[in-house]
Ligand binder design. Structure first.
Ligand code: PAF
Length: 281
């Protein structure tokens, strides 16, 4: 596994691989890797010759400087996991390597994608995400970039950025990894008690209910019944349940089955904010 800290070294290495006609996959991460990330790596090795994983805790996507400071950085463990999983290249730059001191302002028109759901909760977050992902894309020039479906809005935002910047990059959406009972894997689950984890299975039950009845029930009924499934468990507080067009994440009142839809939800349990989604068609 080759590890690079500078753009120059990374580019010079990848330039040679590209000359040899090798297909490059990029997995952008902020480190603190878990089995969800490793499943992206698994997929990337199937669809590309060279897998590049970046580890960079990106300051521009944090709203709260304390969250940035507290963000876990278990770098030795990450490197070991990546090596075991067959990663070819790790890029782990410093902040100074990625951002100029007088960095030009970044502002890309993501439309409503920027301001709904997670965007509303974290103003400016998706500008920061697209800013760093664009930098990584122009550096690595991957043929394909792998992202986990769990952060569905992030994927839609990145796809929009690719469209706007006209980049020749395919986005590979990798399925959310779940426990065998259905709880979506997340580093946040560690903060839940065993009872909390059991209660949290209601999220997947609610999403599965929506998927099963998607073609027969109107969205309002689906949402109401999904909310019932969740609130039947004590201590679960719904922040939102939404049934949206996948492309623009606009909430739908009546379904047009010719376009793809997604059900997304955020639920609080034991002070932990859990996010999950399911693609409906
Ligand atoms: O999903 C993440 O970990 C980050 O938002 C990403 C895509 C690596 C950009 O910093």
């Amino acid at each position: 596994m080759n590890t690079f800290k500078t753009k120059k070294d990374l580019q010079s290495y990848l330039g040679k691989q590209r000359e040899d006609g090798l297909r490059i996959a990029l997995i952008p991460t902020m480190g603190a890797l878990h089995s969800g990330h490793l499943s992206l790596l698994d997929r990337a090795t199937q669809i590309a010759d060279i897998v590049v994983c970046s580890i960079f805790v990106n300051p521009t996507q944090f709203n709260d400087p304390k969250d940035l400071e507290k963000y876990p950085r278990p770098i030795e463990n990450d490197l070991q996991l990546l090596k075991q999983a067959g990663c070819d290249v790790v890029f782990m730059p410093t902040v100074e390597e990625m951002y100029l001191q007088n960095e030009p302002a970044w502002n890309i028109d993501l439309g409503d994608l920027d301001s709904v759901w997670e965007g509303q909760k974290r103003p400016g977050h998706f500008q920061g995400v697209t800013q760093i992902v664009y930098k990584l894309f122009t550096l690595v020039k991957p043929d394909v970039a792998c992202f986990g479906q769990k952060d569905f809005q992030q994927i839609m935002v990145i796809k929009r950025m690719i469209e706007i910047k006209d980049l020749p990059i395919t986005v590979e959406i990798c399925p959310t990894i779940r426990s065998k009972e259905g709880l979506a894997l997340s580093s946040r689950n560690m903060r839940l008690s065993e009872q909390g984890k059991n209660k949290a299975l209601a999220l997947f039950r609610a999403l599965s209910y929506i998927k099963t009845h998607f073609t027969t029930h109107p969205p309002a009924v689906l949402k109401e019944n999904a909310a019932d499934i969740i609130t039947r468990e004590t201590g679960l507080e719904i922040e939102y349940i939404a049934i949206c067009e996948s492309r623009n994440l606009k909430e739908t009142q009546t379904i047009d089955f010719n376009v793809s839809h997604v059900a997304m939800l955020v639920v609080w349990i034991e002070g932990v904010r859990l996010i999950d989604n399911i693609i409906l068609n």
